[in-house]
Design a protein around this ligand. Structure first.
Ligand SMILES: O=C(O)c1cc(=O)[nH]c(=O)n1[C@@H]1O[C@H](COP(=O)(O)O)[C@@H](O)[C@H]1O
Length: 234
């Protein structure tokens, strides 16, 4: 899979999601779709099958974080869904990540890509220090979690584009960086803290950008998607 723009379909129903995806029917590049907690909790596994049937690649973003046995068994269930990428929190430890990988691997050896969330892009240094009591600089924490994920056999991390270059330096260029926290230069940041433009994310070497509201809340979502593709892929 090459560089791509992943569209976060943070909607509360299948109807709203398909109304949105219908707008992209004539696009040459079919959007890579992220299904997150809101949509998955509302519609269940059937939404994954329906979006897949329409020919979209899928990143199932449920951010698992629990004891290793629970995550292993949950991942075993998710391995029955035909998704391309799924994720968990690196903070769950290496033991949890290894158990997740075991659960996600199907009897024939195939599996979706497994990606670890490092520090959420809505977290800044101040929140890390005050709320989480983590005193190290945020990029060092991200690199440490990225190394843990790599040593656990995962395929990459979710981080801010700000950290993507350093993750590749630390973990190699085939270790994927999937980067939310993306905003146009003239856009509203909202609850995100560590942000970059699609163009800057390209320059720093992100493999995928994840973009939600700048596309879903735009007056013309297709134009906003094309702008992301143009800036990030060219
Ligand atoms: O795992 C994620 O996708 C994720 C991790 C992270 O650190 N930050 C983050 O924003 N996300 C997701 O990326 C999307 C970003 O959406 P917007 O802020 O609307 O562009 C949301 O669906 C988030 O759940």
């Amino acid at each position: 899979m090459g560089k791509d723009v992943i569209v976060a379909c943070d909607f509360s129903s299948a109807e709203a999601t398909f109304n949105f995806l219908d707008k992209f029917e004539n696009e040459v590049r079919k959007p890579f779709v992220k299904i997150g907690m809101e949509l998955f909790y509302a519609e269940g596994p059937s939404i994954v099958r329906e979006i897949k049937r329409r020919g979209h690649k899928i990143f199932l973003d449920l951010k698992l974080h629990d004891i290793p046995n629970t995550v292993m068994k949950a991942m075993r269930v998710l391995s029955g869904l035909d998704v391309d990428i799924t994720n968990l929190h690196a903070a769950g430890t290496k033991a949890m990540m290894q158990a997740a990988l075991e659960g996600l691997t199907r009897p024939d050896g195939s599996r979706p890509l497994l990606i670890a969330v490092t520090q959420l892009t809505s977290t800044d240094q101040q929140a890390m220090e005050n709320d989480l009591l983590i005193k190290e600089p945020i990029d060092q924490v991200v690199m440490h979690y990225a190394k843990n994920a790599m040593e656990s056999g995962l395929d990459g991390v979710v981080c801010s584009p700000l950290e993507a270059g350093k993750v590749h330096e630390t973990c190699g260029h085939s270790f994927l960086t999937i980067t939310p926290g993306v905003r146009f230069a003239d856009g509203d940041i909202g609850d995100q803290k560590r942000v970059m433009t699609p163009k800057a994310a390209k320059e720093i070497g992100s493999d995928y950008i994840v973009v939600g509201r700048p596309i879903t809340a735009a007056k013309d979502p297709v134009a906003a998607y094309r702008r992301c593709v143009e800036e990030f892929i060219g």
